[in-house]
Design a protein. Structure first.
Length: 580
C-alpha cells in the first residue's frame, strides 16, 4: 500500500510518508482519501461485518485501549461481561484474523486493524459508552495491580472511584509473571488516566507499583511516569496524590543521583503529609529524606529520619515500607561503623520477604553481604549471596545483581582468591557499565582495583582505582570517594610510592572523619601505619615522623572496628595471606 501511494504521487518523498505514518494514523497515511470503499477498509469491513454483534462490539472497544497487548480478563472488563463470554468473543476475533495471538493467553492487533477498530468505535459507540468501557478497564487494572504488587501508600481506594468487578484477578502469590507481562500496559493506563480520567487511577496505580518500579523500571521512565501522575494530582487538587507522587519522584531521582531534587520532593511530600495529618505520607517523606541525607553523608541526620519513618510505618501497619526503613537504617549504621546494628536491621529486612509477598529483599541482601565482609563473617556472606547470584530469582534487578556479585568478589579476595574475585567484579561492572549509576560503578571498580593489586598488577589496579575515584567525585558520593582513595593509597604503597600513598590515605582519613565513616577511618589509620613501616623497612625515613601525627585514632563504637588488615590475625573462616 505504501508503494502504491508513492507510485501514485511521484512528488511524495519516502521520508515524508514514513514521518506521516510514524506521527499519525497509519491507515489515513496509506489511504488518504479515507473512503469507506477504499481497498484496506473494504478488506477489513468484510471480516468485521460478518461477526456477531457481541464480537463486533469487543473489536471496537479493544481498539480504544492504548496498551500493546490484551487478555481475556481485559476484554471482560471492557464488556462488563463474564470471562467465559469474553473468551468466546476473543476466539471469534482471532478466527476472523482481526486479532492475533502474542503469547499464551495474550493477543494483539496489527497496527492498521487497531486504527480501523478505533474508527469503528468512534462511529458506532456513543461517547458515554466508550468512556464507561475504558473506566471499567482502568479500574480493573488498578485492582489487579493492588492484588499483585500491594497497595503502596494507600490501603483503601477513595469512594470517588467505582469498585469495579474483580473478575479474573491475577495470583497474589506469584505476581512476577503478570507484572512482567503487563508492565507496558500499566504505563499506558497511568498515562491515559492522567490525561483523560479518572485521574486518581494515575497516582493510585503509580503508588501501588512502587516495588515493581524500584526493581524493574528504568529510572528515567519512572520519573516521567511519576511526574505525569503528579501533574494529574495537581490538576485534580488532590493533596494525598501530590504527596505520594512527590515521594515516588524522590525515589526515582535518588537512584539517578539527583540528590538536590530528591531533597526537594521528599521535603514537599513531608510538608503536605504533615499538613494533612497523614502519618503514612509523613513516614514516606522522612524515609526518602533519609536516603538523600545518606547520599550527602549526613549520616546522623539520615539515621534520625530512617528511625522516625520506620516508627511511623510500624504504627500504621505498612509492612512493605518497613522493609525500606530497615534497609535505610542498615545503610546508615554500616557507614557509621555500627556494623552489628546494621546486620540486625538488614537481616530483618531480608526475612520480611517471606512475610510480605511483594517485598523484594534484593536491596537488603546486597548491603548485608558488604556488612558481613566488613565484620569478617566471610562464610556467612558467601552462604547468603551465593545462592542468590546462582539463581535467576532476581535477574530483573541489574543493580542488585551487580552489587551482590561485587560483595562476593570482595569476600573471595579476602579469602585469598583474587583471580576469582576479579572475574566476579568484572562481571558485576559489565551489568552496570551502560547505566548512569556512578556511585555503584565506583564501588565495583574499587573492588576490581583491589583484586588486581592482590594479583600484583599495580598499573591496572591504579587505572581502575583512578576511574573509581573519578566516578565517585562525579556522583559526589563521599563513601565511595573515601574507599577509592584508600584503595589507591594501598596500591601506591605496594609499588613503593610512599608519598603518593600517604597523600591518598590522608585524603581518605579526612573524608572518613568529616563524615563519621568509622570503618574507613580504621582502615585508613592502618594503611598509614603500614606505609610508615614499609618506608622505614626500605631505609626511607617516614616524613610523618618529622611532624606531629594527625593519625590518633578516635574511640571506636562497640561494633566499629577496622576491617582486619593482612598483618592482623585472620577472622574465623578467613586464611592469613601475605601483605600487599
Amino acid at each position: 500500500m505504501a508503494a502504491a501511494r508513492l507510485a501514485g504521487d511521484p512528488a511524495l518523498r519516502t521520508a515524508d510518508l514514513v514521518a506521516e505514518m510514524t506521527e499519525g494514523n497509519r491507515l489515513e497515511a496509506l489511504e488518504p482519501d479515507g473512503g469507506a470503499n477504499s481497498p484496506l477498509r473494504s478488506a477489513f469491513s468484510v471480516s468485521y461485518r460478518v461477526l456477531a454483534p457481541g464480537a463486533r462490539r469487543l473489536f471496537r472497544l479493544l481498539g480504544l485501549f492504548s496498551g500493546a497487548e490484551f487478555t481475556t480478563e481485559a476484554a471482560a472488563a471492557l464488556l462488563d461481561a463474564h470471562l467465559s463470554q469474553a473468551r468466546r468473543l476473543i476466539g471469534a476475533l482471532a478466527s476472523a484474523h482481526l486479532i492475533e495471538p502474542a503469547t499464551a493467553g495474550r493477543y494483539r492487533f496489527h497496527d492498521l486493524l487497531r486504527e480501523y477498530a478505533q474508527e469503528c468505535a468512534l462511529v458506532e459507540e456513543a461517547g458515554p459508552h466508550r468512556e464507561a468501557a475504558l473506566e471499567r478497564l482502568l479500574i480493573w487494572y488498578l485492582n489487579a495491580t493492588r492484588t499483585t504488587a500491594g497497595a503502596g501508600l494507600f490501603p483503601e481506594l477513595p469512594s470517588s472511584l467505582p469498585s469495579g468487578r474483580h473478575l479474573g484477578m491475577p495470583s497474589a502469590t506469584a505476581p512476577g509473571p503478570w507484572l512482567d507481562a503487563e508492565r507496558a500496559n500499566l504505563l499506558a493506563v497511568i498515562n491515559h488516566a492522567a490525561h483523560h480520567g479518572p485521574r486518581p487511577v494515575a497516582w493510585y496505580l503509580t503508588s501501588a507499583l512502587f516495588s515493581d518500579f524500584w526493581i524493574h523500571l528504568s529510572r528515567k521512565t519512572w520519573q516521567t511516569t511519576a511526574q505525569t501522575a503528579l501533574d494529574a494530582a495537581e490538576t485534580e487538587g488532590d493533596l494525598f496524590g501530590q504527596a505520594a507522587m512527590h515521594s515516588s519522584l524522590a525515589a526515582a531521582r535518588w537512584d539517578r543521583g539527583h540528590v538536590r531534587q530528591v531533597m526537594e520532593h521528599a521535603t514537599r511530600a513531608l510538608d503536605i503529609s504533615r499538613e494533612l495529618g497523614w502519618a503514612t505520607g509523613e513516614a514516606s517523606g522522612l524515609g526518602l529524606r533519609g536516603f538523600a541525607r545518606w547520599s550527602m553523608a549526613r549520616l546522623d541526620s539520615a539515621h534520625d529520619d530512617f528511625t522516625a519513618g520506620l516508627r511511623l510505618f510500624r504504627e500504621t501497619g505498612h509492612r512493605y515500607f518497613e522493609g525500606f526503613g530497615m534497609v535505610g537504617l542498615g545503610m546508615a549504621c554500616r557507614d557509621l561503623g555500627r556494623l552489628h546494628e546494621a546486620a540486625d536491621h538488614l537481616e530483618r529486612a531480608v526475612c520480611l520477604e517471606a512475610e510480605v509477598s511483594w517485598w523484594d529483599a534484593s536491596s537488603a541482601l546486597q548491603i548485608l553481604g558488604g556488612v558481613y565482609w566488613e565484620l569478617g563473617r566471610l562464610t556467612d556472606g558467601l552462604d547468603l549471596l551465593g545462592p542468590e547470584v546462582a539463581s535467576d530469582k532476581r535477574v530483573g534487578y541489574r543493580d542488585g545483581q551487580a552489587m551482590m556479585l561485587a560483595a562476593i568478589a570482595k569476600i573471595n579476595i579476602e579469602l585469598g582468591r583474587p583471580g576469582e574475585g576479579l572475574e566476579q567484579a568484572e562481571r558485576a561492572f559489565a551489568l552496570v557499565e551502560d547505566t548512569k549509576r556512578h556511585w555503584v560503578q565506583s564501588g565495583i571498580l574499587t573492588t576490581v582495583a583491589t583484586a588486581r593489586r592482590r594479583l600484583v598488577q599495580p598499573d591496572r589496579a591504579l587505572q581502575a582505582g583512578e576511574q573509581a575515584l573519578t566516578l565517585a567525585r562525579e556522583a559526589r558520593f563521599r563513601r565511595a570517594e573515601a574507599d577509592s582513595l584508600l584503595c589507591l593509597a594501598l596500591t601506591h604503597k605496594q609499588t613503593g610510592r610512599y608519598d603518593e600513598a600517604r597523600v591518598h590515605a590522608e585524603q581518605a582519613l579526612t573524608l572518613a572523619r568529616d563524615h563519621s565513616f568509622r570503618v574507613v577511618e580504621g582502615q585508613t589509620l592502618t594503611a598509614l601505619c603500614e606505609t610508615a613501616e614499609a618506608e622505614e623497612a626500605h631505609g626511607k625515613p617516614s616524613s610523618s615522623a618529622r611532624r606531629p601525627s594527625p593519625y590518633t585514632a578516635r574511640p571506636a563504637t562497640d561494633s566499629a572496628r577496622p576491617a582486619p588488615s593482612w598483618h592482623s590475625p585472620a577472622p574465623t573462616g578467613r586464611p592469613t595471606a601475605p601483605p600487599d
